[in-house]
Design a protein around this ligand. Structure first.
Ligand code: HEM
Length: 145
């Protein structure tokens, strides 16, 4: 007989400190990752405000997104320390390692994007940073289980 399993987890409320830790991590991810989508979507409108407008908006976004990135790193270390590693599977460790490479690529890609001299290099680094940020988010959901 084939048994159809529609659910795999018992619903449980998270403890208070876990709510704080994960909410801060996810809130910072919405600013870092979601903000990139918002800026991209608004770019045609921003360009209409003049040649210097995209740079000014990018600099203003940087004042929000870099603190969000460092909150992600700080709460990410907190997440890592809060996990019972004696129960971590080797696939969990591998996915966590790949996520760390993506976080590094997201940070370095964004930094190089802000320093790039040509529009081609700016676009290339923005693309790398955006893809790496999305990958870090998806892998975060995967390791949260
Ligand atoms: C671009 C940066 C990052 C993004 C977008 C990101 C995103 C996320 C997301 C969306 C989750 C899932 C939260 C949930 O479903 O409850 C998560 C979980 C997690 N993240 Fe991150 N993260 C980033 C950086 C980091 C860093 C730097 C570390 C470690 C130093 C880290 C460690 C973790 C851990 C261990 C979990 C699992 C938490 C748990 O199961 O309690 N993250 N991340």
């Amino acid at each position: 007989m084939i048994k159809l399993v529609l659910y795999s987890q018992t619903p449980n409320l998270a403890p208070g400190l876990t709510i704080v830790r994960l909410s801060l991590h996810v809130l910072a991810a919405t600013i870092w990752v979601g903000g990139q989508f918002v800026i991209l979507g608004l770019l045609p409108t921003i360009r209409g405000f003049g040649d210097t407008a995209p740079r000014k908006v990018a600099q203003a976004f940087g004042r929000l997104s870099w603190p969000a990135f460092w909150i992600l790193v700080a709460t990410g270390v907190w997440n890592y320390l809060a996990i019972n590693h004696s129960h971590a599977t080797s696939s969990w460790n591998v996915v966590f390692g790949i996520k760390m490479v993506c976080v590094l690529a997201a940070g370095v890609g964004t930094y190089l994007h802000t320093k790039a001299a040509s529009p081609q290099r700016r676009g290339m680094f923005a693309g790398i940073a955006a893809l790496a940020s999305i990958a870090a988010l998806v892998l975060g959901v995967a390791i949260a289980g």
